[in-house]
Write a protein that binds this ligand. Structure first.
Ligand code: HSE
Length: 434
């Protein structure tokens, strides 16, 4: 590598791309001091140059044509920050085939097409890194792959979506219903105009697929993860949770058992004394248990220009060190190392404690019918709360917390319970974190 200069091309100058350019220009000396390398932002490809970005790009080749940098033999590292599936997939594949290292924050693409891309990277002796795809600025992928490399991962519990964490926090702190908290998140810029992927749990599932693939050394297909979003949660549930000394968080869960791994994304009641319960607003956190290290927690901003760019630049610096190797010297491809074929345990076979909220008629025998069905399915009640009836229809909310029970048994019991005409169909079932 001549003059220890690393030539970088960025595709996409949106929020994240702008942050990466800003670091490469403003922190150039710091990066050089720390790595001994000269990072040269050579080319940026962006379709819309009309936007004001507060960046001095006078020394950068600015183009609307991504192929200009993909075909440039001097570019060593390509940063993809356009997001989505296409043309991101085609641009990344072309960069890898042209033997350029690639850095991306594109979680949806890595979680679904990651295998294809790792294969292309390996065939071309280059690497594909994606630290920013999970947890924004939190170095969780390096944390798992490097800092905790000596450990088997027993469990990973992540608050991996800032939008839903913000909504749930506001529902709790300001006693808001879901729709009002979502509106507030949109007004403050923490939720997209179309928040579907976030509130449905899909975004957290993309991130869980990536973390679990690394943790298990086995490709975890994103569409095999059991996912529930947060749209069914009301402020009444938040208040009930608080009355039990708990709060509700959207948790992404990886748990290793002898016969496979349990992977789920769903709203979960967490005891207020747990560190994860204190992770508020748009922040993210990942609670990791390794067999040697024990419990660890990674915490920080999961999105935004500066945190996401910080993670991307850490990958750029990492890859640049490989560029110092001489032709023919083999570096260790670290995109992913898949050595196992792990079994995914069906969600029906998992045991949880449950939170059940029904709306039932306030009349004799209702509770004993419900508890009777639960008992038939070997489900034991741990606590119960009923609010007093105020409405004319004599229906009241009842909340039950159960001891551990099989998901399958709970599904069967719920099916029977909601068939009673004294129970409204709009029940809610949540799991309790243990
Ligand atoms: N939509 C994501 C979130 C952004 O709310 O966390 C970062 O991936």
């Amino acid at each position: 590598m001549e003059n220890r200069q690393v030539n970088i091309g960025i595709i996409g100058l949106g929020t994240v791309g702008t942050g990466v350019a800003r670091i490469l220009l403003e922190q150039k000396d710091l990066l050089e001091t720390r790595s001994g390398l000269n990072f040269n932002l050579k080319t940026i490809a962006e379709l819309d140059w009309s936007k004001e970005r507060d960046l001095d790009l006078s020394c950068v080749n600015c183009t609307t044509n991504a192929h200009e940098l993909l075909d440039d033999p001097e570019i060593n590292i390509v940063v993809e920050t356009i997001g989505g599936y296409e043309p991101a997939f085609s641009f990344i594949s072309k960069a890898l085939k042209n033997r350029k290292h690639v850095v991306t924050a594109n979680k949806a693409l890595i979680a679904t097409k990651g295998m294809e891309l790792y294969k292309i990277a390996q065939e071309n002796d280059v690497d594909l890194l994606f630290e920013a795809s999970v947890g924004g600025g939190i170095p969780i992928i390096k944390g798992l792959r490097e800092g905790l490399v000596a450990n088997r991962f027993e469990s990973i519990y992540g608050i991996l979506n800032g939008t839903t964490n913000y909504i749930l926090t506001k529902m709790h702190q300001e006693d808001l219903d879901f729709d009002d908290a979502l509106k507030m998140a949109q007004e403050k810029g923490f939720a997209e105009a179309d928040p579907t992927l976030d509130i449905s749990g899909g975004d957290a599932a993309h991130k869980l697929a990536i973390l679990s693939t690394i943790a298990s050394n086995s490709f975890i297909p994103f569409d095999k993860i059991y996912v529930e979003g947060i749209t069914g949660i009301t402020k009444m549930d938040m208040n009930f949770a608080q009355s039990f000394g708990m709060t509700i968080k959207l948790l992404a869960i990886y748990k290793r058992y002898n016969d496979g791994v349990d992977l789920r994304v769903h709203p979960t009641l967490i005891d207020n004394s747990h560190l994860l319960a204190a992770v508020g607003n748009e922040l993210n956190a990942v609670f990791v248990k390794g067999d040697f290290v024990g419990n660890t927690m990674f915490y920080g901003p999961g999105a935004g220009e500066r945190p996401t760019a910080s993670a991307i630049v850490s990958d750029i610096v990492d890859l640049s060190r490989d560029l110092l190797l001489k032709e023919g010297e083999k570096y260790c491809n670290r995109a992913i190392s898949l050595t196992q074929d792990v079994r995914l345990i069906p969600v029906e076979d998992i045991e949880n404690r449950f939170y059940l909220r029904f709306t039932t008629k306030d009349e004799p025998g209702v509770l004993s019918m419900i508890s009777g069905v639960l008992a038939e399915h070997n489900i034991s009640i741990a606590s119960m709360v009923q609010l007093e009836s105020h409405g004319k229809d004599n229906f009241v909310p009842i909340v039950l917390l159960t001891h551990k029970a099989l998901e399958k048994s709970m599904n069967e019991a719920l099916e029977k319970i909601v068939r009673y005409d004294f129970v409204k169909k709009d029940y809610l079932r949540l799991r309790i974190f243990e």
